[in-house]
Design a protein. Structure first.
Length: 408
């Protein structure tokens, strides 16, 4: 049988054609892809906002690191819960209107946060906002899995996150400095409502056509072991990402680095984050996904240790600039592998769960470690978590092994 490349490995041509059939005339136009990118950026707000988010909760609202981390964790835990409910049912959902409604609810929750400074009320609103965001993001990622090349599209969606991050870091701190802590939630609410408007106008409908639905039926069975291992590995990487990145700004401030230097560093993080998506898309067929994810885990742990141990700002800034891009690059290859392992879109629809399950644990874990043991503890925790993730990623087969299995 002829073979065609799909993700970072080869896949039978019938699967690629099936993917195109699932999303035929709906996800392949520019208008639809802009909507997918907008929904992705809004749903992934934590990956660019955590330092300002946690820092503002500490500096402007007077919460301690554990409380601030807990609020971010509640948002992310809500997203995890929503994704775990939505993902197994994705192939039966009509997401055309689910996404804009979900982001409208998230926007309303954040705008309501502007009216209170009580921890308990903020906790409830963060959880509600997380649930709504998780629904929208889960449907978005499942829809991406039904496009002709999920790896490439997801790569360029991560480029969009990079631009989004630059805009956020350039504007959000200035707004917060001008209007105070509520400005944080005004920015979040505006982001969610903008995503609501764009997706209401252009989010694609990607329901399977009858013939494709029949052909896809076998893929609705249990997920393979490799898929579960990939999901566990990337979740653990996101524990480390959230645990360390949440305190990037506070850790630097406590070491005496100036506010202007730290603000510049956060903007540089956004600029650097433009690169991994485009590079991963271009190298889709040139790099073995298994080697990429294994190298990604090692690099992330090394950068975490550098951040918590460096006393010179240039070293701190260099490690911080590339810290987030490491997990972005690794996740794009993981995304492509999962789309190949499960063409139904269920595994990829669980992306918010696998990302935010890790991200939800990270802020409160990091806050607790910092509160009782200092910043150095999160570096060594990153090494321990990375070792476990490395073991999970070892279960993925190399491209050579996959090709041998397909030809057997």
């Amino acid at each position: 049988m002829r073979q065609a490349r799909y993700g970072s490995v080869r896949q039978p041509l019938m699967i690629d054609n099936l993917s195109k059939g699932l999303a035929m005339n709906s996800t392949e136009n520019l208008r639809a892809r802009v909507a997918l990118m907008a929904a992705h950026c809004a749903g992934m707000v934590d990956i660019v906002a955590l330092p300002v988010w946690v820092g503002t909760l500490i500096a402007r609202f007077g919460f301690d690191p554990q409380q601030a981390g807990a609020l971010a964790t509640l948002f992310l835990a809500g997203a995890v819960l929503a994704s775990m409910v939505v993902a197994p049912r994705f192939h039966r959902l009509r997401g055309r209107w689910i996404v804009p409604v979900a982001y409208a609810a998230a926007g309303a929750a954040f705008l309501a946060c502007m009216r209170t400074s009580q921890f308990e009320t903020l906790a409830v609103l963060h959880a509600v906002g997380g649930i709504a965001t998780g629904v929208g993001l889960s449907v978005t990622h499942g829809t991406v899995a039904l496009t002709s090349n999920p790896h490439r599209l997801f790569g360029f969606m991560q480029v969009a996150v990079g631009f989004f991050g630059i805009a956020y870091m350039a504007c959000a701190p200035q707004i917060i400095a001008t209007v105070g802590g509520p400005g944080l939630f005004a920015v979040f609410g505006g982001i969610m409502l903008a995503a609501c408007g764009i997706t209401a106008l252009a989010f694609p409908s990607a329901q399977p056509i009858p013939a494709a639905a029949a052909a896809r039926a076998p893929s609705a069975g249990p997920l393979p072991k490799a898929a579960w291992c990939a999901m566990a590995g990337i979740s653990l990487m996101n524990v480390t990402q959230a645990m360390v990145f949440s305190f990037l700004e506070r850790m630097g401030a406590d070491r005496g680095y100036t506010a202007s230097d730290l603000h510049a560093l956060l903007i540089v993080v956004g600029v650097v984050n433009l690169a991994p998506g485009a590079i991963a898309a271009m190298l889709q067929h040139r790099l073995d996904a298994r080697k990429v994810v294994l190298a990604g885990v090692v690099a992330q742990a090394a950068l975490a240790l550098t951040l918590v141990s460096s006393s010179a700002f240039p070293v701190y800034a260099a490690a911080g600039a590339f810290f987030v891009s490491t997990v972005i690059f690794t996740h794009i290859f993981t995304f492509g592998v999962l789309a190949k392992l499960d063409p139904s879109g269920r595994a990829v629809s669980a992306t918010p769960a696998m990302l935010m399950m890790g991200s939800a644990t990270g802020p409160i874990l990091g806050g607790t470690l910092v509160k009782f043991y200092g910043y150095g503890a999160i570096g060594w925790a990153a090494v321990a978590i990375g070792a476990v993730a490395f073991c999970f990623f070892l279960q993925l087969r190399s491209r050579k092994a996959q090709l041998h299995a397909q030809s057997a």
